[in-house]
Structures are given as C-alpha cells and as structure tokens.
Write a protein that binds this ligand. Structure first.
Ligand code: ARG
Length: 468
C-alpha cells in the first residue's frame, strides 16, 4: 500500500474496520462536501447544542465543553472568512468539521460524536436550514404582496378588460385584478407557515436509527436549537424527508402562481395588448432586432417554475420506496433543495422590485374593454331585474351583440329604439348599466370589483400584512 493510500484509509473517521483505501471513483461518487458545505452554520450550531447536552448529562466536563465550543466557533469563523479547506476525502460537511475540530483541540474533539450519528446530525442540519429558508421566503412573499396592494391602490379605479378564455368578459378594476394575485400569495404564505410547523421538530438524539445508550436530553437540545419539540420516533427521524418535499410542493405552488402572473406580464407588454410597460431596467434587447424590448424577467420566472416543479419531482422519487431507516439516497436531497429555495427567492425578489415599477397604459386597457362587449352580462342582468327569466335575457342580449358586431359598434352605441326591437323591457335607464363604470360599480358586494369593495379589500390586506 502506498503512503497516500494508507493516509486515505486512516484519515477517514470511519476507517477502523477497513483494510484498503476507498476507490477513487467511489470517493468522488459518494462525497457530498462540494454542496453540503452550505450547511456548515447549522452543522456547527447543532454540534454546539449536542456538546452542551453532553456536558449537562456528565459525558463532557466543563473544560471539555469549553474547548469544543471555542474550537467549533473558530472553525465557523474560518469557514466564513473563506479560510477553511474542504477535503473531498472527508466526504461531507460533518466529517470535515469534526476532523478539523480534532486537529484543532486534540483528543477532546473525538468525544463530540458520543451518542450521535451523522444520520441525526444531517437531519437536524437540513431542518434548521429549511426553517431559515422558510422565514426568508415568507419575508419576500410579504414584500411582493405589499407591492401588489400598493399597485392595487394606485389603480383601484382603472378599468381593465377582465377575461375568461383570454376573451374580454367583463370590466374589472385593475386594482381588483392585482388583489387576486395578493390572495394567491397569501395562501402560499400560509402554506409555508404550516409546513414550518412540521419542519420545526428536532431529530437530534435519534442517532443512527435506534437512539443511543447514553441518557441524552432531547428536550434540551431541541430547546437550544429553537425547535418546538423533539421528534417522536428515532427511525422516522433519520429517514423521512417529507418536510423537504412539503417545502418543494409549497414552493412549486407558489411558482405556479408566479408563472401565471408572468404569463400576464408577457402578454400585456406585447405590442398586441400594450396594457402595461415595464421600465427598461427590467427588460433586455435583441442583438439583431433593434426595436425589441423583451420581458426576460417574467419569461425567466415562468421558465424557472419548471425547474422548481422538477425538484419536487426529484425529491418525491428520491423518497419513494426507501425502506426504513436512513439510506444514502437521502444525500441526494440537498442539491434540489438548495436550488429550489434559491430559485424561489430570486423570483420573489425580482417581482418585489418589478411590480412597483409597472406602468399602466390606461387608454389601451379602456379601449380593449370597450371593444369587447364587456357589459353584455349587465344588460342581461338588467332584463332579469325587469322580470325576464335569465335564459331569455341571455338570448336577447346575444342577438343584440350579434347585431352590434355586424354594425361594428358597441352595445352602448345602439339607439334606444334599436335596443327595444330586441326587448320591449328596455328603457332609457339601460345606458346606466351599459357603461363600464356602471358595470363595475354595480358589483358591490364582498369580493366584487366595485371600487368601494376594492378599497375595503386593500384596507383588509394592509391590516393582515401588518399583523405578520
Ligand atoms: N452526507 C450524508 C447525507 O447527506 C450524511 C449522512 C451519512 N450517513 C451515513 N450513514 N453514511 O445524507
């Protein structure tokens, strides 16, 4: 055996029972340090809590605890300063840090792993990581929600062609339309908070799978790490990553919402719609077509949705069919998890900056609303209020619309006499309901688009945001 092979064998924290060095490919294949080093802060936090607990139950004396703690803290600052050497031979973040601790403080460092395994260690690290990420994501969701509320307030009285099937359907307040996005994000926020409850349990103490023979105090470590409580079952604690899957599912739903909004922005900024304009700083040009101003940011958010949903898929399939308890498969949870939180945060950040800068082209919105017979339902409702059954009213209005299309005019441009040819019930007051303002104002109930309702919804939204 060459010197370097011997070193490879003996430098491993688990090298005792091995008589030959790890195959070089296997070493690279099984190492996770290139990506799981991102968990270093949580790994050290977890180790310090574990060491404190070991001291509390008498496994470490106070001097040993002090050495371990200050050793770990100086490793923390070395890593933060970029002065730490991550070694692939040491496989993962846990063994890199533990080995560095032993190198720094000697044999006392070897006591840290008492009553613990990398299996409960990594489960703890990821839960701490996910908890932090949920908190950052929720902060960003609130920012985007606030941006929607501000825009809604600014444009509460702006008339917009509400559509179904992407066809002009009924006039709405643009503010009302923006508040629909607020609501979707609000449910996303709640889902993240709900997910957080299940994330925030401490698996530390589950050890490899069955617990440990030391009289550990799991409540104590849970409390030190800010967890609500320890988990109940050691096998479950080290093996399931359902909390990460939940995060991915919640993130996927959020991204699905953002992708829908993105699609609207892409459509609305097009020359065909021309409803809104995005400031130049959020757009890019074309290298060949000088006239182009492309909505790259919304397109990317839309595209990145696929990426996040892909990560959800990876995690689900990673977990699928795994027997109890820990399996190395679970090491594969990190890259999708890291990328998905980064992507979700980037997309939220992009919209928190971009939404306040949206410029509405009110004339284009108005013109499109006028063009689309958007008050046809109002005319039908008018006839119903005069005693006609709704299905008959629908028929009358359908015929009026068909006539107006042939004449190339809007419903409000037809004369009273002409309208009366379609129904004798129509009187001069019909023009009140055929105007766009009249149509919007008439939908004056909880959840409706009347500007008065939009104002109340804005107030409620602001109260909700300030309570969080
Ligand atoms: N790097 C491993 C992971 O991310 C840590 C746990 C390894 N445990 C083991 N028994 N090999 O899952």
């Amino acid at each position: 055996m060459s010197d370097s092979e011997d070193q490879n064998k003996t430098s491993k924290l688990w090298g005792g029972r091995f008589s030959e060095a790890t195959n070089e490919f296997v070493q690279r294949f099984s190492a996770s340090v290139s990506f799981d080093q991102r968990l270093y802060k949580y790994d050290i936090e977890g180790s310090i809590a574990h060491a404190k607990m070991l001291a509390k139950i008498g496994v470490l004396n106070s001097e040993e605890l002090q050495k371990i703690e200050s050793g770990l803290e100086s490793i923390l600052s070395e890593i933060t300063e970029g002065e730490f050497y991550w070694s692939i031979e040491l496989e993962d973040v846990h063994m890199n840090i533990e080995t560095a601790l032993i190198a720094k403080i000697g044999d006392i460092g070897k006591k840290l792993h008492t009553g613990r395994s990398r299996n409960d260690q990594v489960a703890t690290d990821i839960r701490l990581f996910v908890r932090d990420e949920i908190d950052s994501i929720c902060k960003l969701i609130k920012k985007v929600q606030k941006a929607f509320v501000n825009l809604a307030e600014r444009e509460a009285a702006t008339i917009f062609p509400g559509s179904t099937h992407l066809q002009p359907a009924q006039p709405v307040s643009f503010g009302h339309h923006m508040l629909a996005w607020f609501e979707m994000l609000d449910r996303d926020y709640e889902r993240f908070q709900d997910c957080r409850k299940r994330v925030n349990k401490s698996p530390l103490g589950a050890a490899a799978l069955a617990g440990t023979t030391f009289p550990i105090d799991r409540e104590y470590t849970a409390k030190l790490l800010g967890f609500d409580a320890p988990t109940n079952n050691s096998l479950d604690s080290v093996s399931d990553r359902d909390f990460a899957i939940e995060l991915a599912a919640t993130g996927s739903l959020l991204m699905t919402h953002l992708s829908r909004f993105s699609e609207e922005l892409v459509l609305w900024t097009s020359a065909q719609f021309n409803y809104i304009e995005l400031p130049d700083r959020f757009c890019t040009g074309s290298s060949i077509m000088p006239q182009k101003k492309n909505p790259d940011v919304p397109e990317l958010v839309r595209g990145k949705t696929g990426r996040v949903v892909g990560h959800l898929n990876s995690l689900l399939n990673l977990m699928k069919s795994q027997p109890l308890a820990y399996n190395k498969d679970n090491q594969e949870d990190k890259e999708p998890l890291f990328d998905l939180v980064d992507t979700v945060k980037d997309c939220l950040f992009a919209y928190s900056e971009m939404i306040p800068a949206i410029i509405c082209n009110k004339e284009a919105m108005l013109a499109a609303t006028q063009k689309g017979f958007a008050t046809a339902t109002d005319l039908a409702d008018y006839l119903v209020k005069k005693g006609l059954p709704f299905r008959d009213a629908h028929e009358v209005v359908g015929k009026s619309v068909s006539f107006a299309i042939k004449q190339r005019v809007g419903l409000a441009e037809l004369s009273l006499e002409k309208l009366q040819e379609f129904s004798k019930l129509i009187e001069a007051d019909v023009f009140d309901v055929l105007t766009l303002e009249g149509s919007i104002n008439a939908r004056d109930h909880l959840g409706g688009t009347a500007p008065a309702q939009v104002k109340t919804a804005i107030m409620n939204a602001r109260t909700l945001l300030s309570s969080r």
